[in-house]
Design a protein around this ligand. Structure first.
Ligand code: ADP
Ligand code: ZN
Length: 740
């Protein structure tokens, strides 16, 4: 009787494949990596079912190699990845690949860096060695706790010869030990940890009454040792992080493990740093900014069970932890939890499923919960806990909305900083306090147009205008990175009067510098922080008081805790409102609420100035009033009226083509086929996507809306299966975050 196993391979859209285990080879277990033939290639896959029945009548190919005798991925993680592959329609292989550290996906056997460790012998000789060098080495070892690396000994002038003599004489033992590349150790060899932004917190300090109430609920939920999801809706500065830290300690003390997801470690190193500061070596970290080596070592520490707590970004939701008692998703509304290419999974939603599969408590936290999570709480699927006050009863920032139509009327159309904002910054400078100024658009000018014919300068590959970056004297596309020098003439009419309009952070920085020449200024956006560690440096400078005014995009609005920031200014609060995306208002509300929440977190109360052309828009009003419920009600009415999530389930399908006609034609065909399937919902479209061309490819789009995801997926799956040649041109996004 032949032994077969089914294997997931990392090829998008492919289902499970069955292979024969050659006779004489021990059948690999679920979660082991195997090398299998696929067409003319060999690929590394993961065993999903170790003893599957061979499909009738098929001739099976043999496994080429078995890389692991023990499961490489824990079976629970295999199951989670399979669920994600199905739910997000990416197939099983892609999600399993996300669950593995990068090098192991390419089929390498696990490799560790080792180094020689020298330690005093367990039973040392009575007589000391004769050589002076040898005696010096023993003294040094004794002084340093009995063990040192050969490298450290060499640095102290003790070479390999001396060590060999000591080993031969039975005075010391030497062995190769795994050397871990420790991402907490320090940034780029600076010796200074880039996690140490802000201070450590004191675990012994008392909780506020409000915190204590929520904490009691959380402890009770954790002790139930069963799946539950609790949404903590707590205003900025209400002390959510302190609750996560304590709850983590509680769960670990009860012998269970903890997974903490954070949106972007590179942008908010302090969050991960707090866990490391409190729990030290029991913490591992997983995110894409680590080197492959660091990631590999951390992953294997987790897999060996040496770690009780993992902090990581999106993909850490697949971390190989067992005995999981708690999953925390910090800033659960953040869009970076959603992966924008296949598998297009949402880290928060996979986390909730993982909690369900492993019987763990899931805690979602935010000052601006996503519409989805709040709707789930209102429907009773999640429990909700509120923190309505800041710790120590610190007030929320007093917020003022400035109508820029009046400013333009009074001071001309070139004003970037309104009077009230200028005065507020001046006051901060004179008192030695700090200001943040947000503009969520980078570059110097966002449009260059011809005054004679009105044509704008567009990207040749994408349907967007090119942004002028003054520092490099180039115009650049923010979608495909196309860049060129600034033309002297209009490409259409050859006119020479080219004008700039629309300004971004680069121009704002120049204006602020001109207005406040003595101030110490820094700018944070994707143009200024390309290098690894650059943002951490700026954040450290702000924390140390070495910056007076920080200008930047949404990157400065993330969960930073800077007690000396007492003013937040928002320039053009409505930049995001014009986008053809049903989440435009939600994003604007979240961004404004979060950035305003950066002000007044210390002892001095904060102030915020919001500049806008739409002072009456509900997302701006609700953010200024820090009124989450008012926003939720209005937004939910809008979503329900137009049938958008979370009122309905949504799948966004984008079909690309060499021409607009090709993309639209194939999309129309898929729409017709989907409509014939067991849909139980509606298909809307196709239409050219709002970004109708990106990187030279035309994009057509259609939506599937309904209430039963399973039926919607099935109908779409069948439609795509009918046109296998389209597979690489169809991008399916279940529960999309962006539909541009
Ligand atoms: P959030 O995550 O809700 O925005 P944080 O957890 O960052 O809030 O807390 C805001 C600030 O208050 C931090 O500096 C934190 O150290 C401090 N803090 C939290 N809880 C307490 C407490 N019980 N007593 C005093 N300070 C606290
Ligand atoms: Zn482009």
């Amino acid at each position: 009787m032949e032994v077969c196993c089914s294997v997931a391979v990392p090829v998008p859209g492919l289902g499970l494949l069955t292979y024969r285990v050659p006779s004489g080879v021990t059948a690999p277990p679920k979660g082991a990596r195997v090398v299998v033939p696929l067409g003319g290639r060999k690929v590394t896959g993961c065993v999903v079912e170790p003893d599957s029945a061979p499909p009738a009548g098929a001739t099976l190919r043999d496994l080429v190699d078995v890389l692991d005798e023990e499961p490489f991925l824990p079976p629970a993680v295999v199951d989670l990845a399979l669920w994600a592959g199905e739910y997000y329609m990416s197939g099983p292989g892609g999600a399993l690949a996300v669950a593995m550290p990068p090098a192991s996906r390419r089929g390498r056997r696990t490799s560790f860096r080792t180094e020689r460790l020298v330690r005093l012998a367990a039973e040392p000789r009575a007589a000391p060695p004769r050589g002076a060098r040898q005696r010096a080495a023993l003294a040094l070892l004794a002084e340093r706790g009995g063990a040192l690396t050969a490298r450290a000994l060499a640095a102290a002038g003790i070479g390999g010869g001396t060590i060999r003599s000591l080993v031969d004489g039975g005075h010391v033992e030497s062995e190769d030990a795994v050397r871990e590349r420790d991402p907490f150790a320090g940034a780029e060899g600076s010796g200074e940890s880039h996690w140490a932004v802000g201070g450590e917190t004191d675990p012994a300090r008392g909780l506020t009454d409000e915190q204590a109430g929520v904490y009691a609920t959380l402890v009770q939920a954790a002790d139930a040792r069963a799946f539950r999801t609790v949404l903590i809706n707590g205003v900025t500065g209400s002390g959510k992080t302190e609750l996560y830290l304590r709850l983590a300690a509680h769960v670990m003390a009860a012998g269970r493990r903890v997974l903490v997801l954070v949106p972007e470690i590179a942008l908010t190193p302090a969050a991960a740093g707090l866990f490391h500061a409190r729990f030290g070596r029991r913490v591992a970290i997983q995110h894409s900014g680590l080197s492959d080596g660091e990631r590999h070592d951390q992953w294997h520490r987790i897999r060996r069970g040496e770690v009780n707590l993992v902090v990581g970004t999106r993909s850490a939701v697949f971390a190989p932890l067992d005995a999981l008692g708690l999953i925390v998703v910090d800033e659960e509304h953040e869009s970076s939890y959603k992966q924008e290419d296949a598998p297009r999974y949402h880290g928060r939603d996979v986390a909730v499923m993982r909690g369900r599969m492993q019987g763990a408590l899931v805690v979602l936290g935010s000052a601006t919960p996503s519409m989805e999570s709040s709707a789930n709480a209102r429907a009773g699927r999640y429990e909700e806990a509120r923190l309505r006050r800041r710790v120590l009863d610190r007030p929320m920032a007093a917020t003022r909305v400035v109508d820029m139509r009046r400013e333009y009327a009074a001071h001309g159309p070139d004003v970037t900083l309104s009077r009230p904002l200028v005065e507020a910054i001046e006051a901060r400078l004179s008192r030695g306090e700090q200001s943040l100024v947000l503009l969520n658009r980078r570059g110097f000018a966002t449009v260059i147009f011809c005054r004679e014919c009105g044509a704008t300068l567009e990207c040749p590959n994408c349907s967007v205008t090119l942004t002028f970056h003054r520092a490099v004297r180039r115009v650049r596309c923010h979608y495909c990175n196309y860049a060129t020098g600034v033309p002297a003439r209009c490409g259409k009419c050859r006119g020479v009067f080219l004008e700039q309009s629309g300004f971004g952070t680069e121009r704002l920085e120049a204006d602020v510098r001109a207005r406040f020449p003595g101030a110490r200024l820094a700018r944070v956006d994707r143009d200024t922080i390309r290098r690894r560690g650059a943002i951490a440096r700026v954040l450290r400078d702000v924390a140390a008081g070495a910056i007076d005014i920080l200008v930047g995009t949404q990157m400065i609005a993330k969960g930073h805790d800077f007690p000396a920031v007492t003013l937040v200014g928002v320039v053009l609060a409505d930049v995001g409102l014009g986008l053809a995306d049903f989440r435009a208002s939600e994003r604007t509300f979240q961004l404004l609420t979060q950035v305003v929440g950066r002000a007044g977190r210390g002892e001095i109360p904060g102030e915020a100035v919001i500049q806008t052309l739409y002072p009456d828009h509900y997302s701006i009003r609700a953010a200024a009033a820090q009124d989450y419920d008012a926003f939720f009600e209005q937004e939910m009415a809008f979503r329900a009226g137009l049938e958008y999530p979370p009122a309905v389930a949504l799948i966004n399908v984008v079909v690309t083509g060499r021409t607009a006609d090709q993309a639209m034609g194939d999309a129309a065909d898929l729409v017709a086929r989907t409509r014939r399937g067991p849909l139980r919902g509606r298909v809307i479209g196709p239409a050219p996507a709002p970004l109708s061309k990106i990187k030279g490819e035309y994009r057509a789009q259609f939506f599937i809306k309904g209430r039963e995801r399973r039926a919607m997926r099935l109908a779409l799956e069948r439609a795509v299966a009918d046109r296998p040649e389209l597979r690489r041109r169809v991008a399916i996004d279940v529960d999309p975050i962006s539909v541009l």
